[in-house]
Write a protein that binds this ligand. Sequence first.
Ligand SMILES: Cc1cc2nc3c(=O)[nH]c(=O)nc-3n(C[C@H](O)[C@H](O)[C@H](O)COP(=O)(O)OP(=O)(O)OC[C@H]3O[C@@H](n4cnc5c(N)ncnc54)[C@H](O)[C@@H]3O)c2cc1C
Length: 385
Amino acid sequence: MDAALQTQILETVDKLARERVLPRAAEIDRSDAFPRDLYKAAGDLGLFGIWIPEEFGGTGPDFATPLLISERLARASASFALIYSNCGDACTPIVHSAPRHLKERYLPGIAAGTLIPCFSLSEPGAGSDAGAITTSARRVGDEYVITGRKSWCTNGSVGDVFVVFAKTDREAGNKGVSAFLVPRNTPGFTIGRDEDLLGLRGSPTTQLLFDEARIPADHRLGEEGEGFKIAMVCLDEARLNCAAMALGVAQAALEVAVSYAKERVQFGKPIIQHQGLQFLLADSTARLAAARSLWEQAMTLVETRRDRRASTFAAMAKLVATEAAMQITTDAVQALGGSGLSRDFPVERMMRDVKAFQIFDGTSQIQKMLIGRYLEKVGLPFAET
Ligand SMILES: Cc1cc2nc3c(=O)[nH]c(=O)nc-3n(C[C@H](O)[C@H](O)[C@H](O)COP(=O)(O)OP(=O)(O)OC[C@H]3O[C@@H](n4cnc5c(N)ncnc54)[C@H](O)[C@@H]3O)c2cc1C
């Protein structure tokens, strides 16, 4: 995307974040209610179209801009940043792999923000080990019959259309997974309960139940057996997006901590003048700058190369940014003392919110596993090999 247009979009996002999202952030957390008005506001500004080609009503697809948008929204509300960016995770498989009639039917509504798409891979027995899913899709004439149970589906209870991964061949491992587009009103498909989570409240995380749910065979994305590949296509972006949100929250928490430390007086001077506390804030600042640099480097690599080395950088960026954000938000609570624990200040919410970033889109341990595998099979990821 042209730099001037990107700057203009980010200014619009900053205004939305400042005027609409930030004033609502605490209330969204407290009520755990999906902010439909803010979703509509983002849709009216065209922010969902950024993942979708022009011929289907979008303005994209663009690689970096949605990541920069997520980072900025997360400074105001991590929950809303996830609600927004989950659209990218869910519509990328449709953009890449859906038959044309499905793109024509669903993408314009998704671009406008009037249809909410969801991505459903995880199951009660298959989280990190996504290939272990047991939900099945059986071909019967011109239909697929889907049976199983999904968990942790972001935006599930408010979703309109679901990218669902199911086994079409139980014996074929990852190659037996296929992807489907399941509209909300499909007979046999029931939206289950929302989880009551520690953080990211207001962004629903939902169970989905499929009891012989029947969808037309032309609602399959890609070929039979391509589902796992389709799920993995957007994983680098998803990890960079998770890092983006972590960096946004960490920056907001650090800003609160620094301004509080300049105001709060103990032992006769502002606490920022006590070296012990100054060092804590200095560590946070250095940690944030380092994580941000790695994230920017990983974005450039993923956008330009899309190879295994780039994926390793995406994993490192996710690992480092989310671990840094956990530490920075925890230290921000520390810098505020007792006030840090109070809901009168935002840092306790930020600390609760960033915990989830160490878990979804591959836990920290899974990122380390991926980095470790690269070391084993290829070597250090720093030079051309
Ligand atoms: C807020 C939120 C939103 C989510 N949204 C979605 C969504 O929209 N769609 C979707 O499909 N899923 C979603 N998920 C699910 C998410 O992807 C999984 O929670 C994640 O992959 C981890 O799986 P699990 O929770 O089953 O943990 P498990 O896989 O059971 O892991 C438990 C622990 O074991 C560790 N572990 C597991 N395997 C290994 C290993 N090989 N080596 C070392 N340690 C290991 C993990 O790191 C973790 O610490 C969401 C989750 C959350 C919390």
